[in-house]
Design a protein around this ligand. Structure first.
Ligand SMILES: [Zn+2]
Length: 111
């Protein structure tokens, strides 16, 4: 698929599986300090890999970035069908007080 047809499909709501965003649990694996200050690190319990992914705090905006805590669990919409971490994108970030590692259904809701 060319870049153009891909954009066309997305405009018309026809996301490919690799790119479709689903609400999922995000584990905040680490929050950068010092010369890593601009980054935070996550893994995705619902993803095919337990690889840790480095993201920029700037992508959250200042209000949410202040709420980052190591080992917290958040929600985001993620294209969880992606095979490589560079293909992943995140949106609609939401800190969650109720998340437990083993209690987040495949449908993106709590038990
Ligand atoms: Zn939750």
């Amino acid at each position: 698929m060319t870049e153009m047809t891909q954009e066309w499909s997305e405009l018309h709501g026809e996301f490919t599986d690799q790119r479709r965003a689903r609400r999922t649990q995000v584990h905040i694996a680490d929050v950068g300090v010092g010369d890593q200050e601009e980054f935070f690190y996550v893994d995705l319990p619902g993803w095919t890999s337990d690889k840790v992914i480095r993201l920029r705090k700037a992508d959250l905006g200042p209000e949410l970035a202040k709420k980052l805590k190591v080992d917290a669990r958040w929600h985001a919409r993620v294209n969880i069908g992606a095979e490589d971490s560079w293909e992943l994108y995140f949106r609609d970030w939401e800190p969650c007080e109720r998340c437990q590692p083993e209690r987040f259904g495949k449908d993106g809701e709590h038990d």
